[in-house]
Design a protein. Structure first.
Length: 85
């Protein structure tokens, strides 16, 4: 995936994640801000996504990899986390 400088960016303001064992999936929603003037405590609700266990693990690893890249380039350190299994 490539990103362009002209692509709109919507900062995340929060998220909810819940495992649904009866459907063997994990539900994810990510609330976002649509403008710099929008209060952080009044985000737009994100869409509801369903992930398989494998997708959730892959997403978690991808996020950690990218956070580690930021940390290695002197960006603000990510908080400590438990190792993924």
């Amino acid at each position: 995936m490539s990103f362009n400088a002209d692509d709109p960016v919507f900062p995340l303001a929060g998220w909810d994640i819940q495992a649904i064992p009866s459907h063997q999936c994990i539900l994810l929603t990510a609330d976002y801000l649509s403008s710099a003037m929008q209060p952080v405590d009044q985000p737009h609700p994100g869409k509801l996504y369903a992930l398989t266990e494998e997708q959730a693990v892959e997403l978690a690893h991808a996020l950690l990899r990218e956070a580690q890249k930021l940390a290695s380039h002197g960006a603000q350190r990510a908080p400590a986390h438990e190792p993924l299994q």
